[in-house]
Ligand binder design. Structure first.
Ligand code: SF4
Length: 370
């Protein structure tokens, strides 16, 4: 390659990233084809240029506040579904804990702990196919009301597929403001990691929730063997459903699951994906959730420079996270502000996004699975 050609490439790629970044900063959108150009970047210098633009876009739309969330596993293991990344599926021998839907006490304890750590919302997560009318729905609604009455954190939930509009309406009446329901991957790749339900089932659930006036926390898992195009299409689908909070999980391969031997994504590929998500979803709360410690190691703090604006703290559903104090120190060292917004039980809540027209309120939590 001639020197002139090298010089042209050196200036063309950063200029193209800058062109797209300026457009996003100005309120415009990137198309799927343009986003794919960003996902295709290979050179580490170009990727670092992309990350710096992810950071600028985050700063522009989200400021330097980092939203914190945590979850409580309200029902563990023995799930009827066969998601190939999940240690809680009954289809796999993983040694993951199994227990039925929890009593009020552990939920109250999770609320107190979250409140002590400045975490605004706690997501109630259950490993099962989903929710339909019946005694279990009554119990779920009781836990949501108890959390709300406790007044320490905002109750959110991730309870799987929802079978009808009535179920979504009942959750709303109980006081639920945000529901976590990941699309997990692109529509094309979905059957590769789950065959007991479909991408379409997930979209249907999201439709019921939106109609009930419940905000959507929806993202996915990267590193399952999907292509960059699949990651791009996941982000485009999340833009389409207008998810308020977008959790990005990175596969942590669990022994006993079909993905136990999956090659991990290189950390720079993960950071690039986060930056691409920020370009596609500039105003949304992009939350780094499961798998960050094991996959990113010392580069964890760079997720914010790539464009992430929220962090799941405390332990994940079945794997351990680093101590909350360490995460808080990391944010302080980066000059970022943990979002210490105190939970106000009289506040209507919200999602933290800046889309005031479609989102009238201001914060939310996350979920990892279900
Ligand atoms: S991801 Fe959720 S639905 Fe899938 S197996 Fe795990 S708990 Fe069940």
């Amino acid at each position: 390659m001639s020197a002139a050609k090298v010089d042209a490439n050196v200036s063309e790629i950063p200029a193209r990233i800058a062109e797209l970044g300026q457009r996003v900063l100005g309120g415009g959108q990137v198309t799927r084809e343009e986003a794919l150009e960003l996902f295709a970047l290979e050179d580490s210098a170009d990727i670092h240029t992309l990350l710096s633009w992810g950071n600028r876009i985050r700063e522009h739309f989200k400021g330097n506040k980092i939203h914190l969330c945590s979850i409580v596993n309200a029902k563990a293991g023995a799930c009827s579904e066969n998601c190939s990344f999940c240690s809680q599926s009954a289809a796999y021998q993983t040694g993951s804990p199994r227990y039925s839907f929890v009593d009020p006490e552990p939920v109250a304890e999770a609320g107190e702990e979250a409140n002590r750590n400045g975490v605004t919302a706690v997501g109630l997560v259950a490993a099962w196919r989903g929710l339909k009318e019946g005694p279990m729905l009554d119990e779920v609604c009781d836990r949501i009301r108890e959390m709300k009455d406790q007044g320490q954190t905002r109750p959110d939930a991730s309870l799987g597929l929802i079978e009808s509009q009535e179920v979504a309406n009942r959750l709303k009446e109980a006081g639920l403001e945000c529901y976590g329901h990941n699309l997990e991957s692109s529509e094309r790749f979905f059957p590769e990691h789950c065959t007991t339900h479909t991408f379409e089932d997930r979209l249907r659930t999201i439709g019921f929730l939106k109609k009930a006036g419940i905000k959507i926390c929806s993202g996915g898992i990267i590193g399952m063997g999907e292509t960059r195009e699949d990651r791009c299409d996941l982000a485009m689908s999340l833009r389409e459903i207008d998810a308020s909070v977008v959790p990005v999980n990175i596969l942590n391969p669990i022994e006993g699951t079909p993905l136990e031997k999956q090659e991990p994504l290189p950390p720079l590929e993960i950071l690039k994906t986060i930056a691409c998500f920020r370009f596609i979803l500039p105003r949304k709360e992009i939350m780094i959730a499961g798998g960050r410690t094991v996959n990113l190691r010392d580069l964890q703090c760079m997720v914010f420079q790539a464009g992430a604006s929220a962090l799941m703290v405390g332990n994940y559903l079945t794997t351990l996270n680093q101590p909350v104090e360490k995460d808080l120190q990391m944010l302080r060292d980066l000059g970022l502000d943990p979002d210490w917004t105190e939970f106000d039980p009289n506040d209507a809540g919200g999602c933290g996004c800046d889309e005031k027209e479609s989102c009238a309120t201001t914060e939310v939590s996350e979920t990892v699975m279900a």
